[in-house]
Structures are given as structure tokens and as C-alpha cells.
Design a protein around this ligand. Structure first.
Ligand code: ADP
Length: 160
């Protein structure tokens, strides 16, 4: 390997990485699920962020580890509190799209100080916009992509 070692090739490949090539499967609960169910789901699925959908499977909120911890500090029965009471609610949920670059997603994680983003597809019904949840981007996703950049096993076809 005698090429340019300034890192320009890596930077170019980084800018071409897209959400759709690195996203993982979303973990989702219904609005009517209880906080207890969400905690069980978070442990079983081994994720840090859970997405909440309404009865039409549209994104309605998001739950983090600390949201669930905070709810657990109260005296209420966790089996009696619906997640809709404690979640961060739309339109305050930051989202990304499959065609976004991973760099755009990473910038949102940093600037909004969050651990994960739902990957969504837009649905327009009667002039109203809804989002269907199709994937998940987390700090782990970004870390894996970062490593794949050097190992050359990313989708942009490089060999170091
Ligand atoms: P934790 O709270 O476990 O440290 P986060 O930093 O991801 O995890 O979450 C911080 C707060 O931001 C939580 O209240 C959570 O509901 C909210 N949050 C998490 N992800 C998003 C997102 N994509 N958009 C908007 N708010 C979010």
C-alpha cells in the first residue's frame, strides 16, 4: 500500500455510509404497554432505547433506560402505568431516514445528547404525516461502522 495516508480515502468512505446499510432491527412496544412490560422488553432484547407505537403502528414516543429507572423510583405499581405517561412524545422524537448518512445520524446523537434514533418511513394520510418504524440506529451502530471503516468490511468496498 503506497497510496495517500492523509485519511482522505477513509473520510470519503465515511461520508458515503448510509443509515440503511448499518441499521439494526427496531424494538417496539405499544402505547398501552405497561412500564413493567417495557422494562422486561429492554432486558430481553438487550437494547437501551425502545420505540413506542400507537394502534396504527405509527411512532408515538421513545423510552430510554433512565426514563424507566425514573418511573421505577416512584411508589406506583409499574404494572399499572402505561408507557405513554412517561415516554418522550412525538413531535419531540428525533428520527432518521434510511437514505440519511450515518454521519448525519451521529450528529443528531451528539447534539441532542441521546443514545438512539428510530429509522422511519414517512406515511401521509389525509394531509397528516405519520412515521412507520423500520429500524434503529444507536451509539453501538456508529461504533461498529467506525470499526468497519478500518477493517474494510463496510459496504463501500475498500481494502486497506
Ligand atoms: P438515558 O436517558 O438512558 O441516558 P438517552 O440519553 O437516550 O438515554 O435519553 C435521554 C432522554 O432523551 C430520555 O428522556 C429519552 O426519552 C429522550 N430521548 C431518547 N432518544 C430520543 C430521541 N431519538 N428523540 C428525542 N428524545 C429522545
Amino acid at each position: 500500500y503506497t497510496g495517500d495516508r492523509s485519511g482522505k480515502a477513509e473520510a470519503d468512505r465515511l461520508k458515503k455510509m448510509r443509515v440503511k446499510d448499518y441499521q439494526s432491527l427496531p424494538v417496539v412496544v405499544k402505547e398501552v404497554s405497561t412500564v413493567y412490560d417495557a422494562i422486561v422488553t429492554m432486558f430481553l432484547e438487550d437494547v437501551g432505547t425502545i420505540f413506542v407505537v400507537n394502534d396504527k403502528d405509527e411512532l408515538s414516543g421513545i423510552l430510554s433506560r433512565k426514563d424507566l429507572l425514573r418511573a421505577s423510583m416512584g411508589k406506583q405499581e409499574l404494572e399499572n402505568i402505561p408507557v405513554s405517561i412517561i415516554m418522550t412524545r412525538m413531535p419531540n422524537v428525533a428520527v432518521c431516514f434510511e437514505e440519511d448518512t450515518l454521519l448525519e445520524a451521529a450528529n443528531q446523537l451528539i447534539h441532542k445528547q441521546i443514545d438512539g434514533l428510530p429509522v422511519v418511513e414517512k406515511r401521509v394520510e389525509n394531509d397528516e404525516t405519520f412515521y412507520g418504524v423500520i429500524g434503529r440506529i444507536s451509539k453501538t451502530t456508529i461504533t461498529e461502522a467506525f470499526v468497519s471503516l478500518v477493517n474494510g468490511d463496510d459496504e463501500t468496498g475498500s481494502q486497506l
